[in-house]
Design a protein around this ligand. Structure first.
Ligand code: 4AD
Ligand code: MG
Length: 430
């Protein structure tokens, strides 16, 4: 009998199959056992009739409990009332492990309890749906950039210096000298762009975020494309096209999971390029009109981002932030020195920033000046300055945060469920 996964069971209607999985739910009724089996790809109801499997197997199967593991062989039948549309009439049943006292039960558990049991919590239906969507999002990004002929160039995790400001650096002891966990792979992608034309990295980024919010993790994943000779507009266009592709893929291939999360997909279905674009200056005006107060020159805080993001029903872009709120590497707007050639992409429905990017300063003298202004250690940036010494060109790129993107796509109240094992201010276990 062929071992198949539950998500493929429809292809085996009328045939005998072998399923390997865990008991999601178990019910007994006289000579019948009803087992809802899960195997990570779906769930299916398996019906065990004493007369079919014999006394011995039936007695063994009676001992099954929630999250016991089991191998089941039987025939696949169409049943419109069954979850997933199919049912299995069991011919053989072979328990592998009988679980006792599984901690996550049908009753409501608090978030702290679930977070402590994250290693088990990921077995649940809702977490399964979210993490399968995450997998799809990541695969879509890789496929998209591959189809656009980007070269994957991995950035390191240990770094000699800050990329996104020194306040959120995690310092580690690197054989007696300080090193830092990377905040962003961008600086290395700039080297890669000058070597490969268009390059990207995709990996974890670390920020010592000392505040508890629904948007911040201390370890999150970023995809960072960088393109030599590209300007701000070209970077914004790529970011839009990438997001549209991600959404299309999730809608096409993770429909069942979106349904399980009860995500209303209307907004997702209507996303198309170009996205609405407003300047930072216009955004400040709008935020104040929405009843939040923000002075020109200040960065958005959480309430500003939420208010602005609630006023759109499509992802949108805010461009040309004041240079003073952005990182040292941002190129200034030649038309207004106070501004940087930067952009953020924000998700609607109150979600806020999911992408940050822009044009990079490519003039050696100006970049040196910025490094000094930001009190960054010049020595650690010599390799980065080399990129402005040898064949310097205008170049642009961005970073898209995976978890925030998934939080919006799934419309989750908190970012912690978008990553298998979240790391936050008060969370490093399990
Ligand atoms: O806007 P950020 O800080 O930009 C950079 O790191 C640039 N160096 C990227 C580049 O141009 N290559 O971060 C980019 C994105 C944010 O828009 C957000 O989606 C995500 O990374 N992000 C976080 N996600 C979860 N938790 C955090 N603490 C995050 N910080 C940033
Ligand atoms: Mg940002």
């Amino acid at each position: 009998m062929e071992w198949v996964y539950i998500e493929d069971i429809g292809k085996y209607e009328g045939k005998d199959v072998e399923l390997r999985g865990w008991v999601f739910n178990f019910r007994r009724k006289g000579k019948l056992l009803f087992i809802i089996l899960r195997d990570g790809t779906g769930i299916v109801q398996c019906v065990v009739f004493k007369g079919d499997v014999g006394e011995e197997q039936f007695e063994k199967a009676k001992r099954l409990t929630q999250e016991s593991s089991v191998i089941i062989r039987g025939s696949v039948k169409k049943d419109d009332r069954a979850p997933g549309g199919y049912e299995v009439s069991v011919k053989e049943i072979e328990p592998i492990f009988i679980t006792k006292d599984y901690p996550i039960t049908k009753k409501e558990h608090g978030v702290a309890f679930l977070m402590e049991h994250r290693h088990l919590w990921i077995r649940s239906r809702r977490q399964n749906a979210i993490l399968r969507i995450r997998s799809e999002v990541i695969q879509a990004i890789r496929d998209f950039l591959y189809s656009r002929k980007f070269t994957l160039v991995d950035s390191p995790i240990f770094t000699p210096s800050a990329c996104e400001g020194t306040t959120t650096l995690f310092e580690v002891d690197y054989f007696g000298k300080p090193a830092y966990l990377t905040q962003s792979g961008q600086l290395y992608q700039e080297a890669a762009a000058l070597a490969f034309g268009k390059a990207y990295c995709f990996g974890p980024a670390f920020r010592a975020e000392k505040s508890k919010t629904r948007r911040h993790l201390t370890e999150f994943w970023q995809v960072e494309p960088e393109i030599a000779f590209a300007n701000l507009d070209e970077a914004m266009k790529l970011a839009e096209e990438m997001l549209v592709y991600i959404i299309e893929r999730v809608l096409e291939r993770r429909k069942i999971e979106l349904e399980r999360l009860q995500r209303d997909t209307k907004i997702l279905e209507s996303v198309k390029t170009p996205f609405p674009r407003i300047s930072y200056t216009e955004a400040v005006k709008r935020i104040n009109e929405l009843g939040e107060s923000l002075e020109w020159g200040e960065d958005f805080g959480a309430p500003h981002e939420t208010a602005l993001a609630n006023s759109f029903d499509s992802p949108f872009i805010v461009h040309r932030f004041p240079a003073q709120v952005k990182a040292f590497y941002m190129r200034r707007d030649p038309e207004d020195e106070r501004l940087s050639l930067s952009f953020d992409m924000l998700a609607p429905e109150g979600y806020g920033e999911i992408v940050g990017g822009g044009e990079r300063e490519y003039d050696l003298e100006i970049l040196l000046k910025r490094i000094k202004e930001h009190n960054l250690p010049e020595e650690a940036f010599q390799w980065y300055l080399d990129l402005r010494r040898y064949g310097s060109v205008p170049h642009s790129g961005f970073g898209l945060g995976i978890e925030r993107t998934i939080a919006w796509i799934c419309k989750l109240p908190h970012i912690r469920e978008t990553i298998p094992f979240p790391r936050m201010l008060d969370t490093v276990y399990p």
